[in-house]
Design a protein around this ligand. Structure first.
Ligand SMILES: NC(=O)c1ccc[n+]([C@@H]2O[C@H](COP(=O)([O-])OP(=O)(O)OC[C@H]3O[C@@H](n4cnc5c(N)ncnc54)[C@H](OP(=O)(O)O)[C@@H]3O)[C@@H](O)[C@H]2O)c1
Length: 172
């Protein structure tokens, strides 16, 4: 049950100078609600962009350079070790294991994911880290929810749920 959760612009940008290039409080709420209580896997640079470990969930940070005893997180040396650790935590239950970025981790994890929850921000944005392309041959959109521009959100966005297509749906 490996799922990816991301926010990206229409030109696939997810980050700029080690941070998010936007401030969308309702999308952050959606992220926190979706991942609460579940193991969350992230790269070292994404962890460094947070003020503190995400509360009420196990933070698993993939890094070859961080001290293993870093407070409040589990540090592992590879994506595979992160998935193995998360699987032990969920212990065969249907609790999803979330991949929360950044670019390096999304790219490495995409082949193993069954679901992508993408917040598509309706803008072209400058940045230096991208989300990999979602190939429509392999991923089907199953649900979406629009959030308009309002006084707290200067950009509109749509949250989209994609699921991996069963092999029999692929064109021959
Ligand atoms: N929009 C979104 O939804 C979203 C979500 C998350 C992050 N972001 C943004 O994305 C940017 C960060 O992404 P990024 O690609 O630069 O960095 P990242 O994926 O967060 O972290 C990269 C680091 O993770 C470790 N790592 C990655 N793959 C590894 C592997 N296969 N084996 C071992 N270690 C591995 C390495 O750490 P060591 O160098 O310590 O070995 C590497 O330097 C930031 O701007 C952040 O704000 C956006």
């Amino acid at each position: 049950m490996l799922a990816m959760i991301v926010a990206c612009s229409e030109n696939n940008i997810i980050g700029m100078d080690g941070d998010l290039p936007w401030h969308l409080p309702d999308d952050l709420k959606h992220f926190m609600r979706s991942t609460r209580g579940c193991p969350v896997i992230m790269g070292r640079k994404t962890f460094e962009s947070l003020n503190a470990p995400l509360p009420n969930r196990t933070n698993i940070v993939v890094s070859r350079t961080m001290r293993p005893e870093t407070q409040g997180v589990v540090v592992v040396p590879s994506l595979q070790a992160a998935i193995d650790h998360a699987q032990e935590l969920v212990n065969g239950s249907s609790t999803p294991i979330w991949i929360a970025g950044g670019g390096a981790i999304y790219k490495a994890a995409m082949p193993f994911a069954y679901q992508i929850v993408r917040t598509l921000i309706h803008a072209q944005i400058e940045g230096d880290v991208q989300f990999p392309t979602i190939d429509p041959q392999h991923w089907g959109l199953v649900r979406s929810e629009h959030h308009p521009v309002d006084d707290r959100h200067e950009l509109g966005f749509t949250i989209q749920w994609f699921e991996r297509q069963p092999l029999e749906n692929l064109p021959v």
